[in-house]
Design a binder for this molecule. Structure first.
Ligand SMILES: NC(=O)c1ccc[n+]([C@@H]2O[C@H](COP(=O)([O-])OP(=O)(O)OC[C@H]3O[C@@H](n4cnc5c(N)ncnc54)[C@H](OP(=O)(O)O)[C@@H]3O)[C@@H](O)[C@H]2O)c1
Length: 502
């Protein structure tokens, strides 16, 4: 595939090539590795974006041979990669792929891993450069970091750590994890993943705001009435009750994806696109977030209902979920960014499972025209302008404005000016993990979250959930397939507003 056939490749091919390195993936027997990480590596291999000299070492406690590991990964790529399977790209990737069984919890439990890393370094000429990717539950990370820290100076080259969300489960545990990391590593070696930041549309939000002169002057309290951010999933918990019972919507989505989308929407223009310039501006927004009082926070849990025409069980009926579980599967909030640009402009945000459909959007609703000199139309009441950023699916941007209906008189109707990625660029979008893995290989940390951002996100969540321990919520309070509990609608109705219709 050439850049002529694929304009997206054009941008990518102008980047410098990553240095040789080994990628050790811990949790290589898990879901994330099979469904996301290896398909992303395959797509990079297909486009020849991986380093010329490269190796993947899958690490897990389970026993497996290299061949069994390769067979499972191949299956994952065939099922989940965005590109059709091509033998030559697969063989290039598979040639540098091995599996090592290791357990940092036991004495000498990682000796074989360090031996294997040394071997691939020598065989492939990797210069000792290593990325350690933790695709394991958060509780497993501490002992791995300690083990890597103790071995890191045995070889030349750089070491980078990629840590999946959730980073901790509250401020105290996140700070403890950061302290453990700081024992052996510096911040610039840490790549905390929030995969939303790797999505094309999320990066396009920055392009939209900072590469176009027309939006910035109106991107503030003078012109914006309010902002709505929705991260809706139609899926349930997909058999991950153990994980979800511990996290709930506020830790799974609100603490990371939702607050990152808000920060990117509200941030000041950075002086450049370097990691620290962008992250400095995001962290200022997170610090300016006012903790919402109980009236401005809504939580919910789905009961039995219909999603896309199919009857589905309620959350408490899911396998592995406690019958009296008080875990929230929905959270909505009215947030304020207490700064000069956004004072008194509400940011209504919501995230939930088993909602009407899968949809992530950011809607910037502008103030109404002060005095439209037209008679009120009989077609429909005049609506305010909305700039809608579709993060997923149907990636694109749409602007709603009023237009005259053809014919006699001055009837008006809202119309949409749409930019759709698929239509404009005629190409599939890279998966977020492709971008993020490549950025980590290049040492570019702009799209990863910094320790202070994560801390600010947890501070807000801790303050919100503190009173939750005291009151018993009346769960379930919304049927699966709807847009959350009625109280979430009241959050906006009180202010004379409503959630965007879907
Ligand atoms: N799946 C997703 O779509 C997704 C999305 C975003 C973030 N994440 C995050 O990515 C991480 C991995 O997710 P996953 O869905 O792949 O999880 P998973 O399938 O439950 O587990 C991944 C692997 O981790 C290993 N593991 C489990 N407990 C361990 C322990 N105590 N010590 C060492 N290794 C252990 C297991 O392999 P062995 O038994 O062979 O060691 C397991 O196969 C989690 O932090 C998750 O929150 C996942």
């Amino acid at each position: 595939m050439t850049a002529d056939e694929n304009p997206l490749l054009e941008g990518l091919t102008t980047r410098r090539a990553p240095e040789p390195c080994a990628l050790a993936i811990y949790g290589a027997s898990g879901d994330l590795t099979q469904r996301k990480l290896m398909p992303a590596l395959y797509s990079l291999a297909l486009r020849r974006l991986l380093p010329e000299r490269f190796a993947v070492v899958g690490v897990g406690r389970s026993a497996s041979t290299d061949d069994e590991f390769r067979a499972r990964i191949r299956e994952g790529i065939e099922q989940h990669a965005r590109d059709p399977f091509q033998t030559d790209a697969w063989e290039r990737l598979a040639a540098g792929m091995r599996y090592v069984s290791a357990d940092p919890g036991t004495d000498g439990g990682t000796d074989e891993l360090w031996r294997a890393l040394g071997e691939v370094d020598a065989e492939r000429g990797l210069g000792g450069n290593r990325i350690h990717y933790f695709a394991v539950p958060p509780t497993a990370i501490g002992s791995l970091i300690e083990d890597i820290g103790q071995h890191r100076h045995e070889q030349p080259g750089w070491t980078r750590l990629v840590i999946e969300k959730p980073f901790g489960r509250d401020l105290a545990s996140a700070e403890q994890l950061n302290a453990e990391i700081a024992h052996h590593f510096v911040e610039s070696e840490i790549y905390r993943i929030d995969h939303y930041l790797g999505k094309e549309t999320v990066q396009n939000l920055l392009a939209l705001r900072f590469a176009n002169g027309i939006f910035e002057p109106i991107w503030n309290r003078q012109f914006v009435d309010h902002v709505q951010i929705t991260v809706g999933e139609s899926m349930g918990i997909e058999g991950r009750a153990g994980f979800y019972e511990e996290s709930g919507a506020i830790r799974d989505i609100f603490q990371n994806h939702l607050l990152q989308l808000l920060a990117l929407t509200a941030m000041e223009p950075p002086s450049d696109f370097s990691a620290d310039a962008v992250r400095n501006e995001k962290v200022k927004v997170l610090r300016s977030l006012h903790t919402p009082g109980p009236k401005n926070i809504v939580r919910g849990q789905y009961g039995r209902g219909f999603v896309e025409g199919i009857e589905v069980a309620g959350y408490r009926e899911e396998h592995g979920v406690a019958r009296d579980s008080t875990t929230e599967t929905f959270v909505a909030a009215k947030l304020y960014v207490d700064n000069w640009r956004w004072a008194d402009t509400p940011f209504y945000v919501r995230a939930g499972k088993r909602l009407g459909k899968r949809e992530t959007t950011i809607a910037i609703q502008f103030k109404r025209a002060p005095h439209p000199p037209f008679e009120i139309s009989s077609v429909e009441p005049l609506k305010p302008n909305v700039l809608l950023i579709h993060v997923q699916p149907d990636e694109g941007v749409s602007l709603a404005f009023a237009a005259k209906v053809p014919g006699q008189g001055m009837a008006l109707r809202t119309v949409h000016m749409d930019f759709l990625y698929g239509g404009a660029f005629r190409t599939g979008l890279p998966e977020a993990y492709e971008r993020l893995i490549l950025d980590c290989m290049l040492g570019e940390a702009t799209l990863f979250t910094r320790a202070d951002e994560v801390a600010e996100q947890w501070k807000l969540v801790d303050a919100i959930v503190a009173p939750w321990q005291r009151d018993q919520p009346g769960f379930p309070n919304y049927p699966a397939g709807t847009w959350g509990p009625a109280v979430a609608d009241e959050l906006l109705h009180r202010d004379g507003r409503s959630w965007r219709r879907h």
